[in-house]
Design a protein. Structure first.
Length: 248
């Protein structure tokens, strides 16, 4: 080996590489422990209406010391566990500051028994007082369908707008059939059975009902209209209306 210049050159190269790695590692450890780069400021930004300041401070407890040593991944994980927090972005700002940007969930609807859905159609859990919860529509459906229900709710509300109505409940059954309950106006509590998507989308059935409403349900006596509770739209060319106390 000692008489082989090629092998000697390779061995020297490996030793120099190892020495460089050791020096780099030692330099990194010295940098992480150095008191010359103290972390002096943590700035939290974001429009926060529901996330508690005490909970955020608790999640950030222990962040400090060296600018380079601050474990941002751990801080992010703790902040993402704070109630109402949807997204966390952190960055180091030379020479001594960390900036934290927090984004909250914005409650769009109630989900099932006790959950919530945000404006992105994502499920989350957070405390909400009864008054605020009562103003939100109710969505219910199979697990994982939150985004689709939020999207369909917006479309149903758009179609019902000419009647001055919006859904206060949208349900996707286990058989993937759609059901609506109207929120207010003259038809509060009216239930619409849309059925399943097929050759004819359920939105088309709802649009047909809205177009026919002035000449049908809209012409019923006020008392009869108020007692109407169920409209079955699962027909290709019309719909069936159930009115309390009426037969036939």
């Amino acid at each position: 080996m000692w008489d082989n210049p090629r092998l000697l050159h390779k061995a020297a190269t490996i030793l120099i590489g190892l020495a460089a790695l050791l020096f780099a590692y030692a330099g990194l450890q010295l940098l992480l422990r150095s008191p010359l780069f103290p972390l002096k400021e943590i700035v939290v930004r974001g429009e926060l209406k529901n996330a508690g300041a005490a909970e955020i401070e608790s999640a950030m407890d222990g962040v400090g010391g060296n600018f380079f040593a601050a474990d941002l991944a751990s801080v992010r994980a703790r902040l993402e566990g704070v109630t109402w927090v949807r997204r966390v972005d952190l960055r180091r700002v030379w020479p001594d500051r960390i900036e934290v940007m927090l984004e909250e969930h914005v409650a769009f609807a109630r989900w099932g028994g006790s959950g919530l859905v945000n404006t992105f159609g994502e499920p989350f859990s957070a405390p909400l007082d009864g008054g605020r919860a009562a103003k939100l529509p109710l969505l219910a459906g199979p697990a994982g369908s939150e985004g689709e229900l939020a999207r369909r709710y917006r479309r149903f509300a758009e179609l019902l707008a000419p009647l001055g109505e919006s859904p206060d409940r949208v349900v996707l059954t286990p058989r993937y059939a759609w059901q609506l309950r109207l929120a207010g106006g003259g038809n509060g509590g009216l239930n619409l059975e849309l059925g399943r998507d097929g050759a004819e989308p359920v939105e088309q059935r709802l649009a047909r009902f809205v177009a026919a409403y002035p000449e049908t349900l809209g012409r019923l006596p006020r008392r009869a209209a108020a007692e109407s509770r169920f409209v079955d739209l699962r027909y290709p060319n019309g719909f069936a209306l159930r009115v309390a106390g009426w037969k036939g």
